[in-house]
Design a protein around this ligand. Structure first.
Ligand SMILES: CC(C)(COP(=O)(O)OP(=O)(O)OC[C@H]1O[C@@H](n2cnc3c(N)ncnc32)[C@H](O)[C@@H]1OP(=O)(O)O)[C@@H](O)C(=O)NCCC(=O)NCCS
Length: 201
């Protein structure tokens, strides 16, 4: 895979910044996932609620080439997550999907990698990996969890390559016809290759 270009930076985002730029971030989500504008619009309220959860953390990738904004750069990828807790929809779905022993071992205090997306024009240059590692770097949580469509995607390859293991496969969340995999990794991540350098704010 090609390396990251020097004109991109990956950085932690303040909660205020991601809230103010959530439409921009969700446009990347829609383009990366191939979702319609109505699906993207429907996600906004949930995403804003996510920023209020304990343990919330967000990261962004900025490019200074192409369609740069007034400040000379624009968002080309982002990720965010938070600490899971009983009562949250995703937590409770995952608890029900896992056998009791696995749920007890993996869910308490876990950090959910809720979103991780790179704009299609900027994919396969190392940014997704940099974002993932920046998102979970130095977290106090013992493990990271996520769900992803259960098919051979770039995302699935990235997660498996960088330490995530299968906790459940072929799981169906209510309201979504696609099968999902539920993956978990002990933190810190153990990347396949030396960790990337991230510019933290
Ligand atoms: C998943 C995603 C965030 C990865 O970001 P990226 O910048 O494209 O990926 P990277 O360049 O950092 O590559 C990381 C790994 O992804 C996989 N990957 C990336 N591009 C790939 C390609 N063209 N073909 C196959 N695998 C690829 C590889 O495993 C790669 O590791 P390697 O370089 O050691 O082989 C990004 O592709 C994306 O936004 N995809 C669509 C949205 C999505 O699925 N998000 C996750 C939802 S759970």
């Amino acid at each position: 895979m090609t390396g990251t270009r020097p004109d991109t930076r990956v950085t932690e985002l303040s909660t205020g910044w991601i809230r103010d730029h959530m439409h921009e971030a969700l446009a990347i989500y829609g383009a990366a996932m191939g979702y319609s504008s109505s699906v993207v619009a429907g996600r906004y309220g949930y995403a804003i609620q996510h920023t209020e959860r304990p343990g919330f953390r967000a990261v962004g990738a900025f490019s200074s080439t192409g369609d740069a904004g007034a400040d000379g750069e624009h968002l080309v990828g982002f990720g965010y997550g938070y600490e899971v807790a009983p009562g949250q929809w995703w937590h409770d779905q995952v608890r029900a999907a896992l056998d009791r022993r696995t749920a007890k071992r993996w869910l308490p205090g876990a950090f959910e990698v809720c979103e991780l997306h790179v704009h299609p024009d900027a994919q396969s240059r190392g940014l997704g990996r940099r974002l993932l590692h920046a998102l979970v770097a130095d977290l106090p949580n013992p493990v990271a969890l996520l769900s992803t469509p259960d098919t051979d995607t770039k995302a699935f390859r990235l997660y498996h390559a960088d330490g995530f293991v299968d906790l459940a496969r072929n799981h169906h969340f209510p309201g979504d016809a696609r099968p999902f995999a539920i993956l978990g990794a002990h933190l810190p991540l153990h990347p396949r290759r030396p960790g990337p350098t991230n510019d933290q704010v």
